[in-house]
Design a protein around this ligand. Sequence first.
Ligand code: AMP
Length: 416
Amino acid sequence: MAFQAPKGTYDVLPGSGFLAVRDGLLAPAELAGYSYIESPVFEDTELFARGVGASTDVVSKEMFTFTDRGDRSLTLRPEGTAGVVRAVLQHGLHHGQLPVKLRYAGPMFRAERPQAGRFRQFQQSGIEAIGLVDPALDAEVVALAWEGFRSLGLTGVRLLLTSLGDPTCRPAYREELTAFLTGLDLDEATRARVLINPLRVLDDKRESVQKQLAGAPLMPDRLCADCKAHHDAVIEGLQSLGVPFEPAPRLVRGLDYYMRTTFEFVHDGLGAQSAVGGGGRYDGLSEAIGGPHLPGIGWALGIERTLLALESEGITPPSEKGLDVYVVSLGVMAKAWAVTAVGAFRKAGVASDLAYGDRGLKGAMKAADRSGARWAVVVGDRDLEAGVAQLKDLRNGDQLAVPLAELTPTVLEKLA
Ligand code: AMP
């Protein structure tokens, strides 16, 4: 084989269920008024440096950055929120009705070490609700992801929820946590992390670290009055929407811009890469990228891991609709007729194809069987002269002669 897909990438192949998952995850959001937006897959590098945070792993180690022919530094987007907020600001969408509700889907790029469920080009479905602070909106956003997973039939997704506080309460907490962590017996790399982002240390998976973290101060216990009231209201909102969650006081996110409501969806059937999605409130993001104060909340769900979660629950996501009819023709006139017949079927909304190439009746019937179509329409030159076609049920082999003029209505009737 000449070439292979680059390391950490993969091909979405027919029958994967990819589209059903990508779009299914967003279907509840569409019903809740989230409009589709699509921003470029590359942006000014600075957008991510400021909008995601220069100290994050994503920005400092994982970006695909390149210089274009005009010497501009561009980066393949590692996540969707910064680009969407940039688009909102650029086009003044926030001057209209608030919140601006948006949904998106597409590839993201991170130069991570590939492993099961971790790719360098991966796909996310996401939503953003921009312009308002309202705990009821937080609850809606979280619930829409929950419903997205449920609508695919998944039952093993767990919602982890916490609040990361805000600029009123987080700095004091951060100081308290730093003081606590400084007193522990940590290796040099971890001590360095304490100084850059102490919250991330709480997420350290190593037992030697976790053991020492038992008595660490936790953000949810240190929230200011406003953050506490907000968090309590989000919890109430989720309860009234019937969305179960687990308090996760040690949850931190890889991206810097989160504050207050922060959440992750995990699935236990996935091994190490158990997060199937995550999100949170990012009230400081707009200002960080040079815009006005513009709060927002959103999530992004990973399509590949959602597909893996489905597989682990034994669920086959629906593939594309497939063919209803496969037309097999014998003879020159019949072939010409088949081409028009397929055109008429398609116009009427009947998914149809025909046997191209010259493969004889036997080969063409085999192709009909393989096509997955429900019916074959078989026509020879003699049938044409008689004004009929043979409609064959490919499941049971039943066959009946149908007048040509009644072919499309007959198939439509059988499909109804
Ligand atoms: P994040 O933007 O890091 O919050 O990621 C949101 C979701 O995207 C995660 O929960 C994963 O499901 C998915 N995801 C993130 N990074 C990758 C990756 N490298 N490969 C596959 N999926 C990913």
